[in-house]
Design a protein around this ligand. Structure first.
Ligand code: GLC
Length: 760
């Protein structure tokens, strides 16, 4: 985008308003390290659905006209704006970090219309540039890596690839060449030899992120509509840049503790008997389990907010109560498509109140989803969100404890929704082109707020479609993967990049959704899955069953071992979620998050960290019983053998089917709990600490695991210190939650010592 020569500027508080030959633009210092670049192509205002609060902090700007442009300095960074509306960012030492590209853009590839059609029918894109209302080209450095961009397929480092942000439900096995998936999170972080920065394009329209696929000299991002409205974030680390992004778009609120347990699901648990077989199966076989999911078959004819009581002996609520008595929390699916059927209350009310999306001619827009012809709630309308939220009462009254939002891209079976379908965007009329990527986000928001009002506990919402900021309302899963090794491999970079996109609470369908799992695949998948923030086994109707016991005793024993390990470390996971709420840090992290300068870490796709203490190097290849492990700098302990290993180092680790290599950093204390079949089965009276000698400390957090009382100070905080001999000390630094631990047991290489907790 070239706005021509600069004509002048004015400064209004923290904004510099620039006039050019061909228009106006704005640079706004939101904080000293977050700069907004804005050109109102469609409207003059920032109108964000991702950033919901005013995040401006006082910054003293200095603005100086120099020969090479206008320089804006915040004290922490400076911005240079030159003719054409080229914008460059410099760090506080004056080093260029991120600069607009001034060279010649690669010419459009000219192909005949005929060829274009053929290419398009095969999924290729040959018309780069068409339909973009702007593109921002940035210089690409030789040593630049890109992370984030939500749930995109492929590897951790996004350099060299081309993506689109358009929430997409494509049931084909998702591979590296997919441009778009269910989520649109237009945020990425760039890491160069010397610097880190982030860019968030706050534009919900279809957008494009070409990370060096088109050229070795530049990368670009652009959109098919809306404003040029992006935030540049600087920082000294990926962690700091991510904290700026979540400062803008919000962090993931602390979930209920049971949600960190194991979830069992399958599309096909239709009757009470089906569910009961699972509930019994879990307890009889001693597989800890907190949640059973109810897919679409619990409904009457796939009508939302109905329950097919005849499949539940006429008393679903009564049956769900028996599940609750045994520690199972029912999670029910809730799709947006409302069956078109006169006499069905939800449909009738939606029509009467004008709560559904409309055609440009004013009719209720109808497409098809599971219930057949269906209408689409207009979630951009606050009244619709409220209505949807209130309707959750139906499910809560049955005893449901979590809501699973699916098909909310929105998916549709009779072709995509046309771009001109009429939606509401808060107080104004909008269209599908503008609201598509926000649809799942706004559905999750309505659901979250409804649950919060009605139930009071921390709402548990799972969503498939997301936009930037969805982390405030929902956890997510990566949609319809397949039971193939490639998808177990993809799970690691995909979940790590979701974490780097502000969504710490994410998971894949363990075992794979479509296609048929094998025992070996399931055993290996649970070894990765038990460490993913959301831990759910889910599979598709018609695929081979993949409950833990479907593949014989050996696989069952392996499965049990890893589910139990997950439960042992739930207190550690909970601490990480507490950190995620405070700082935006992911729970599951790629190695590069803590070892930015380490070349091996920058492209590591087959290992990950939990917090900064535990490194997991799972086997994700068929037939392998050894693997290469990389440990970054520092001293590590092999979790299984206690062997001490000093990194950086590559080595081969034996990994027979029951072994997932795990390493713990020296100086760690991993808070753990006694074995339980579900969270809350026993009082958490005893805090176990898995201690690894070295100098280190840990903040452990404890609360009632359920409601929002912690925000009023009802929590306990413990400061735990460990030394070279592996001796630890535990001091309570905040006492606000009445229940404290009666015992703290430090476990050092199998030897248990009782610790006395000192009070603050
Ligand atoms: C979609 C979901 C899947 C679910 C199915 C039936 O494919 O992604 O998880 O089981 O619909 O509801």
């Amino acid at each position: 985008m070239d706005l021509g020569k600069r004509k002048g500027y004015t400064v209004s508080e923290q904004k510099v308003i620039l006039s050019f030959e061909h228009g106006e633009a704005e640079i706004w210092a939101v904080t000293s390290k977050i700069i907004n670049v804005f050109c109102g192509l469609e409207s003059r205002e920032h109108d964000s659905r991702a950033i919901e609060e005013n995040r401006e902090q006082a910054v003293k700007l200095s603005v100086e006209e120099r020969e090479d442009g206008l320089w804006i300095d915040t004290g922490a960074l400076s911005v240079r704006v030159s003719d054409g509306f080229y914008v460059d960012f410099y760090d506080e030492n004056g080093d260029a970090v991120c600069a607009d590209y001034r060279g010649q853009r690669k010419p459009l590839q000219v192909v005949s219309d005929e060829m274009l059609k053929i290419l398009a029918s095969e999924g290729h894109k040959a018309d780069r540039g068409t339909g973009h209302v702007f593109d921002v080209l940035k210089q690409l450095r030789g040593d630049e890596y890109f992370y984030g961009l939500g749930d995109k397929t492929g590897f951790l480092d996004k350099r060299g690839y081309d993506y689109e942000m358009w929430n997409t439900d494509n049931p084909d096995p998702q591979v590296d060449s997919f441009k778009a998936l269910y989520k649109s999170i237009p945020f990425f972080m760039a890491l160069t030899g010397e610097h880190v920065y982030g860019i968030f394009l706050d534009n919900p329209c279809k957008s494009f992120f070409n990370m060096g696929q088109e050229s070795q000299e530049y990368y670009y991002f652009g959109a098919a509509g809306g404003n040029l409205d992006y935030y540049y974030m600087s920082g000294n680390s990926l962690a700091e840049v991510l904290s700026h992004y979540t400062y803008l778009t919000g962090t993931c609120p602390l979930p209920q503790k049971w949600t960190l347990g194991y979830h069992q699901s399958r599309w096909g648990y239709t009757t009470l008997e089906d569910v009961e077989e699972i509930a019994r199966g879990m307890r009889e076989r001693d597989i800890p389990c907190d949640a059973i999911h109810f897919d679409i078959d619990y409904m009457q004819d796939y009508k939302v907010f109905t329950w097919n009581e005849s499949r539940y002996q006429g008393d679903a609520a009564g049956y769900l109560a028996t599940l609750a008595d045994r520690g199972f929390k029912p999670v029910a699916i809730n799709d947006p498509g409302v069956k078109k059927e006169k006499g069905y209350a939800v449909y009738d009310e939606g029509v009467e109140k004008g709560y559904f999306a409309r055609t440009p001619q004013g009719q209720v827009y109808i497409n098809a989803v599971w219930p057949g012809d269906a209408a689409f709630p207009d979630f951009g309308n606050p009244a619709v969100r409220r209505w949807w939220g209130e309707n959750q009462k139906f499910l809560l009254d049955k005893g449901v404890r979590g809501i699973w939002n699916d098909m909310n891209e929105p998916a549709s079976f009779k072709g995509p929704l046309p771009e001109d379908v009429v939606f509401t965007d808060e107080d104004k009329t909008s269209d599908h082109a503008r609201m598509h990527n926000l649809y799942g986000h706004l559905m999750a928001k309505g659901t979250y707020e409804g649950l919060k009002r009605l139930d009071g506990r921390r709402p548990f919402v799972i969503t498939r479609a997301c936009f930037a900021g969805s982390q405030k309302y929902a956890t997510c899963w990566t949609g319809d993967n397949h039971s193939i090794w490639a998808h177990l491999q993809m799970a690691i970079p995909q979940l790590c990049n979701l974490g780097l996109s502000g969504m710490p609470f994410a998971g894949t369908d363990v075992g794979g959704f479509g296609s048929d799992a094998t025992g070996e695949l399931l055993a290996r998948w649970v070894q990765t899955g038990c460490f993913s923030p959301l831990f759910r086994n889910h599979s598709a109707m018609g695929s081979r069953r993949q409950e833990p016991w479907q593949f014989g005793e050996e696989i069952l024993a392996i499965y049990r071992k890893y589910v139990k390990l997950r439960y042992r470390w739930i207190p550690y996971f909970y601490d990480l979620f507490h950190e995620a709420e405070r700082t935006g840090a992911p729970v599951m992290r790629p190695l590069v998050y803590h070892y930015e300068k380490d070349e091996a870490a920058r492209k590591c796709n087959d290992e990950f960290l939990l917090g900064d203490r535990i490194l997991v190097a799972p086997v994700i290849w068929q037939g392998m019983n050894k693997r290469m492990v990389y440990l970054p700098e520092g001293v590590w302990y092999d979790y299984w053998t206690d062997e001490k290993i000093t990194g950086p180092v590559w080595f081969v680790r034996d990994a027979p089917l029951d072994v997932c290599p795990i390493y713990v950093k020296a100086g760690s204390v991993i808070p753990a709990m006694e074995p339980m079949s579900y969270v809350g089965e026993k009082k958490e009276d005893v805090l176990l600490l898995d201690v690894y000698p070295g100098i280190g400390e840990w903040e452990h957090y404890q609360d009632n695991g359920e409601d929002f009382a912690y925000r009023d100070g009802e929590y306990n905080q413990y400061h735990i210190v460990v030394d070279e001999r592996g001796i630890s000390q535990c001091r309570m630094t905040h006492h606000g939650y009445e229940r404290t631990y009666s015992r703290v047991l430090a476990n050092r290489f199998g030897v248990s010592t009782e610790l006395e907790t000192q009070r603050a």
